[in-house]
Ligand binder design. Structure first.
Ligand code: ATP
Ligand code: MG
Length: 429
């Protein structure tokens, strides 16, 4: 996906504009910065649009997740958002269609009067679909994932893109013959999740967290990122770097998990969740025949991540008073090239730098706008948070080239074009 993104964008042509003032209706810092930078647009509480800069970040996050899901054998699909009532009622022991059991449903009606649900998750539809593909032990194990739009009528939607009523979820479902086979996959998925959060730049503040399980396992595992704006509370065990969600934090659980030493209470955001479902969604209809012809229900797991919640969380963790500080792996561009002043020869030089960067397969946002002061360009650059700023001005040319500065650092330095090209990593093909 990210490979088909254009490398070069001229800021003079970018239809979005940055804003100086914070929106008055956002309490979350990430929403404020993302709106001011023109990454997203708010439609209503809990509903956002993604603009060109935001799309680039989301595409990169999704690509990292996709790579990790492919690596553990996940096969990508895309299921519909409109769902049949009967599928949900097929699981009689649960009947998650019932509004008194699931209070986040959005439902709608067809012209014939029949009611349909707007997907808030896919366990029921996917286990139903798999009935036609699974019959023998030879068909198992396998796993399937999608990036797909979910609708949830959330009560509170105050955390910007971290909790929305319409969002894309990466949900993966695993299908195994038994618990033992399931656990082998579950461990692989857990490691893939660890890799994902490390790769998007929040590994240092993200904890594997024990949370409430279900019928088939005592615990599920959440990935919780520590940030003061988080809606969850976790207790981090300093010895083992593992956390327990407040929901299940009792002396018994601590003993169960054999976690000794001190715990530190922190606010956090749940960026991912992996869950052993067991046969909850397969019994009685999704079954397979073993070597002896005996029938057993398929053993399932589910594994979710919200790419947009992840994007918001990255901004919560990685920003300062001036704006966002994107990690290289998910930054909308590798370089923010700034042309300062109206001098023709300086403009020519900056154009040449731009062309060279593009020739070298480097993603660059080129601030070629005229009539914008140097101060405004610097402020915009800090707000947008591209990892490297490269300034071409009369002064930089006089000093021998291009003035570069990392977004997170205070001091810059002058480099030649050749040196610049050596410093920046080209986009991976
Ligand atoms: P929470 O407890 O925060 O409401 P959840 O436990 O209901 O989330 P899951 O059903 O496990 O969430 O969803 C899997 C992942 O989808 C979550 O880990 C999160 O990254 C993302 N997600 C869930 N709800 C939302 C939402 N309303 N907006 C954006 N992302 C979400
Ligand atoms: Mg959860």
């Amino acid at each position: 996906m990210a490979n088909s993104i254009t490398n070069g964008v001229r800021q003079s042509r970018l239809f979005t504009k940055t804003r100086k003032e914070a929106p008055t209706d956002e309490v979350s810092r990430s929403a404020e910065l993302l709106i001011r930078g023109g990454f997203i647009n708010k439609e209503m509480a809990g509903v956002y649009d993604y603009l060109p800069l935001g799309m680039r970040v989301i595409a990169k996050i999704e690509d990292i997740i996709r790579e990790e899901m492919n690596m553990i054998g996940g096969q990508e699909i895309s299921m519909s958002s409109l769902q049949r009532q009967e599928l949900w009622q097929k699981h009689f022991n649960q009947d998650r269609w019932d509004d008194s059991k699931v209070d986040i449903w959005f439902k709608t009606k067809l012209k014939d009067g029949s009611e349909k649900g707007l997907a808030f998750t896919h366990e029921e539809p996917i286990s139903n679909m798999m009935e036609q593909f699974v019959s023998s032990y030879r068909d198992l194990p396998f796993s399937v994932y999608q990036f797909q739009t979910k609708f949830r009528n959330e009560t509170r939607a105050k955390s910007g893109i971290m909790r929305t009523r319409e969002f894309v979820m990466k949900d993966l479902y695993s299908f195994s013959k038994n618990e033992k086979e399931h656990l082998v996959f579950y461990e692989k998925a857990k490691q893939a999740y660890v890799n994902i959060f490390k790769r998007v730049g929040i590994g240092h503040v993200t904890y594997l967290t024990f949370a409430s399980g279900g019928v088939f396992s005592k615990f599920s595992h959440e990935f919780q990122t520590v940030t003061p704006s988080g809606e969850d509370t976790i207790y981090i065990n300093k010895n083992d770097n593992i956390a327990i969600n407040k929901e299940v934090f009792t002396d018994d659980v601590k003993k169960d998990l054999n976690l000794k030493g001190d715990f530190k209470e922190e606010k956090s955001v749940e960026v991912g969740n992996i869950f052993t479902l067991g046969t909850k969604f397969s019994e009685p209809h999704l079954v397979f025949e073993d070597e002896n012809g005996a029938k057993s229900p398929v053993f399932m797991g589910s594994y979710g991540i919200g790419p947009a919640r992840l994007m918001g969380t990255i901004v919560e963790v990685l920003s300062d008073d001036k704006g966002i500080i994107w990690p290289e792996s998910v930054a909308p561009f590798a370089v923010h090239l700034l042309l300062l002043g109206d001098d023709k020869s300086v403009a020519k030089e900056a154009e040449e730098v731009y062309e060279s960067l593009l020739k070298n397969n480097i993603e660059v946002l080129f601030d070629d706008r005229s009539g914008v002061t140097a101060g405004e360009k610097f402020a915009d650059s800090d707000l947008l948070g591209i990892p490297l700023r490269a300034v071409v001005s009369l002064r930089s040319i006089k000093e021998g080239g291009i003035e570069i500065k990392k977004r997170g650092e205070a001091k810059g330095k002058i480099v030649s074009l050749d040196e610049l090209l050596k410093i920046i990593k080209p986009k991976v093909k």
